[in-house]
Design a binder for this molecule. Structure first.
Ligand code: C2E
Ligand code: MG
Ligand code: MG
Ligand code: MG
Length: 280
């Protein structure tokens, strides 16, 4: 595009490319000290049980508050963490912090953490999870890990055996963002899944697009036949929630139910002291 717009525009575009590259270098440089400098924190977003309208738990979502650039979205810094190898120490901190938080919640609530492709390749991840659970005193069945389909493409067999080790500890596994990327029914068949999370893009379109509605309805049915629960992501309207109830989706997550918040900001879940009841 820049080529057709003349010399000035080329300069303009390359200036902004320079800016993007400079930002990227700054983020790369600063991410390595972000943990030590307390710039990373976890937001928690609730899951609503559509059967009884109760909160079933929370997903931990990583946040980076950069001292000068402000909040950096995970879509921007997770890839940097992966490329620099920092994902291992950061991911370990996420698991540890999420387990410590959940250990203070009522015992029927679970916590889920997102694991990225590279984390699964690290042989120390499993030990890290075991230690995090033990140190927090969290029952393993209250921890869920969320993996995305793209994670799975490379070394599928290795991934299966890693996930099976988790399941043998009673940690549960969710397949995140289902329907985007390279969804394969093989994943549903071969992975030890407890949950499938239908991607937000389907939830967004299902009330205006009959084909999309059919996909959501059929996915819930298929998952249930395979004894897998279904969580719909990105629910923003009461009408979407109604449709999901109607097709017997198990859980919903999204801004309608609750935005990702600091743990102290969630009503009924105080950061301290231990043993608060949920009002919902
Ligand atoms: P995800 O796991 O699929 O998380 C859902 C994303 O959708 C979150 O974005 C959440 O804030 C957003 N969301 C939730 N409800 C709604 C809604 O109703 N409407 C809209 N428009 N958005 C909604 P976020 O926090 O920016 O995270 C993006 C992705 O970054 C996550 O997608 C996950 O793949 C990754 N991520 C987040 N935390 C971690 C982490 O600790 N480790 C790893 N490896 N990846 C993480
Ligand atoms: Mg997730
Ligand atoms: Mg997701
Ligand atoms: Mg996602």
């Amino acid at each position: 595009r820049a080529k057709t717009l003349g010399a000035r525009s080329i300069q303009f575009f390359s200036a902004s490319d320079d800016e993007a590259a400079a930002r990227r270098r700054a983020l790369e440089r600063d991410l390595s000290s972000a943990l030590a400098n307390d710039q990373l924190w976890l937001a928690f977003q609730p899951f609503l049980d559509l059967g009884n309208d109760r909160i079933r738990g929370f997903e931990a979502l990583l946040r980076w508050q950069h001292p000068t650039l402000g909040p950096i979205p995970p879509s921007e810094f997770i890839p940097i963490a992966e490329e620099t190898g920092l994902i291992h120490s950061i991911g370990h901190w996420v698991v540890k912090t999420a387990c410590l938080a959940a250990a203070r919640w009522p015992r029927d609530l679970r916590v889920s953490v997102n694991l990225s492709v590279l984390q699964l390749k690290n042989k120390t991840l499993l030990d890290g999870i075991v230690v995090a659970l033990a140190e927090a005193g969290l029952e393993p069945r209250r921890l869920e890990v969320e993996i995305t389909e793209t994670v799975l493409i490379s070394n599928f067999e290795e991934t299966i055996s890693f996930l099976q080790s988790l399941v043998s500890l009673s940690v549960t596994v969710a397949l995140d963002d289902f329907g985007t990327g390279y969804s394969s029914l093989t994943y549903l068949r071969k992975l030890p899944l407890s949950r499938l999370k239908i991607d937000r893009s389907f939830v967004q379109d299902m009330l205006t697009d009959a084909d999309c509605a059919a996909i959501v309805r059929s996915l819930v049915e298929l998952a249930h036949e395979l004894r897998i629960e279904v969580t719909a992501e990105g629910v923003e309207t009461p009408e979407q929630l109604d449709y999901l109830r109607c097709v017997r989706c198990d859980e919903a997550q999204g801004y309608l139910i609750g935005k990702p918040l600091r743990i102290g900001e969630i009503p009924g879940i105080a950061a301290e002291p231990v043993g608060q009841e949920l009002s919902t």
